[in-house]
Design a protein around this ligand. Structure first.
Ligand SMILES: C[S@@+](CC[C@H](N)C(=O)[O-])C[C@H]1O[C@@H](n2cnc3c(N)ncnc32)[C@H](O)[C@@H]1O
Length: 210
């Protein structure tokens, strides 16, 4: 296993660092008790956006805007991030982060419960869908993601290992069950080719069939 602490520290040292807007967004998220993705997960988000030259990304769970800034840093310069957030105070922190980074014009920020907002988004239109909101709802987000992604689009989900709880069959709280069911549903879906990377709290990536 490559999850030795020395290796994690080494990899972090090699990773591209945070710029000032990212650092400020992370600090504000911590202050507001919003669990932002770790920087190494942010690096994966930016890599995926860059590798796919993403022009359209949907994010479920804006938080304080930290993960959104990583996406925007890798997307096509004309690309638009559509991000959904339930909590108005989190949304305003995220909007502050986009403004400070000079990318507010590339963000469509939607306020409301994801399961009410997702049906308003157009089918087959998005290069990437990123899931990082209510863990028990991940299986329902998956159904929407499949509808929203263009053929060949990429599904990304954070926290899919939940600190190891998903791998412990004795843990059966609602969030862990949601994540376990989500991981199984992606794996068993013939239209999705995916894998779980043990980076941060576990990142699932999957490509929708062309
Ligand atoms: C883990 S945080 C997102 C962190 C953010 N992606 C980042 O890394 O900077 C989860 C966010 O999802 C929001 N959330 C929770 N349930 C939601 C729902 N049903 N619909 C939309 N947003 C939700 C929370 O308010 C919180 O801001």
């Amino acid at each position: 296993m490559l999850n030795d602490q020395r290796i994690a520290t080494y990899l972090r040292g090699l990773a591209e660092g945070e710029d000032e807007p990212l650092r400020a967004a992370r600090a504000r998220s911590e202050e507001a008790d919003i669990p932002a993705v770790p920087a190494e997960t942010g690096g994966v988000l930016r890599f995926l956006a860059r590798a796919t030259a993403a022009r359209t990304v949907v994010e479920i769970g804006s938080g304080g805007g930290y993960s959104g800034l990583w996406f925007l840093g890798g997307m096509d310069p004309k690309g638009i991030l559509t991000t959904i957030e339930l909590d108005a105070s989190h949304q305003s922190l995220a909007q502050q982060a986009y403004a400070e980074a000079g990318v507010a014009g590339r963000v469509r920020s939607l306020l409301g419960p994801a399961l009410q907002m997702l049906p308003k988004l157009a089918d087959d239109s998005y290069d990437i869908v990123f899931i990082d909101a209510e863990k028990s709802e991940y299986p329902e987000y998956l159904e929407h993601a499949k509808r929203l992604l263009r053929p060949g689009g990429v599904l990304v989900a954070d926290n899919v290992l939940a600190g190891g709880r998903v791998a412990d069959q004795l843990v059966d709280d609602e969030d862990t069950l949601g994540l376990r069911n989500f991981n199984a549903a992606v794996t068993e879906d013939p239209d999705l080719s995916g894998l779980i990377m043990p980076i941060g709290d576990g990142i699932l990536v999957a490509v929708l069939a062309e």
